[in-house]
Design a binder for this molecule. Sequence first.
Ligand code: 2U9
Length: 360
Amino acid sequence: MDGIDTLKARYLAAVAGAADEAGLEEVRVAALGKKGEISALMAGLGKMDPEARKAAGASLNALKDEIDAALRARKVALADAALDERLKTEWLDVTLPGRPRPRGTVHPVSQVMEELTAIFPDMGFSVAEGPQVESDWYNFDALNIPPEHPARQEHDTFFMHRAPGDNRPPHVLRTHTSPVQIRAMMERGAPIRVIAPGRVYRMDMDQTHTPMFHQVEGLAIDRDISMANLKWCLEEFCRAFFEVDKVELRFRASHFPFTEPSAEVDIRYSNTGGQLKIGEGDKWMEILGSGMVHPKVLQAAGVDPTQWQGFAFGMGIDRIAMLKYGIPDLRAFFEADLRWLRHYGFSALDVPDLAGGLSA
Ligand code: 2U9
């Protein structure tokens, strides 16, 4: 048997020379494992006489502890070295800019809605909303649209399905936002100034019509509101919306069941090589319908037509969005990916991200 010092030197050298954890384990098993060299020596202590056993036992235990400590120290040293090695190769440059993330953009219709709900409130209008599924009374009767009117035919309006025995009044997907103003008048009475932007539905689908589109309607009722107030209000709106100093509107006599007299309103514009300019040129484009609210409509909404009068107007938001932002085709609203919208000059708002900074 080697002397204790020789054993110690051999195993400490083996520990120091182990290249990795597996190597260390081999040394541990060879020395201290069940069948290891030191363990075998310890097993042999029983055969010694007591004096010799005491001395040999003490030095074997000390040797075992020393090898054990060396194994642990070497294990830590190897782990440190491995970490140092990884840190040398796997470094991270925290100053690099982040990867760009795809960002959403504001839809032109939403953008125009926001613009409308800033411009009209500046002129004293409040903004009202209402249900998109309406009873036919709010959508038609209250607006002086008689039962035989073509708009009330099954093929022009989306009627809600009714189960047999359902005796509730017929309901439709609203065909205009006018019911919102009927509700506002019934709730608040006169005088009132209100705009109603929102989705409307008509059974219409071709190159220039979609079954769902957006409208904004306006209503101003007071003691002596006239068509002159309507004209000023619409001119003021067009100046703000199209961001021009001068606009010219043309009122053409028309007919709507809910207004009397009624007028369709055109705006002067020029078209130079596809570049439209509002307020100049020799062309006219229809942008909205309007008129003085029909006395029967005021009556239906509980407003006394002998005391109150006022104007109303309605326009398609999708249409004026296309006009303002030069969008040539309705498909841009529905099939567009974000590149389309970017093409029309829509960039994302600078919305703070969750981290509180501005997103890249
Ligand atoms: C109430 C009374 C009257 C709203 C009006 C129009 C004329 C009109 C069209 C424009 C293009 C609908 O989107 S469109 O197809 N609208 O021509 N709308 S007057 O009249 C009202 C509204 C509410 C209580």
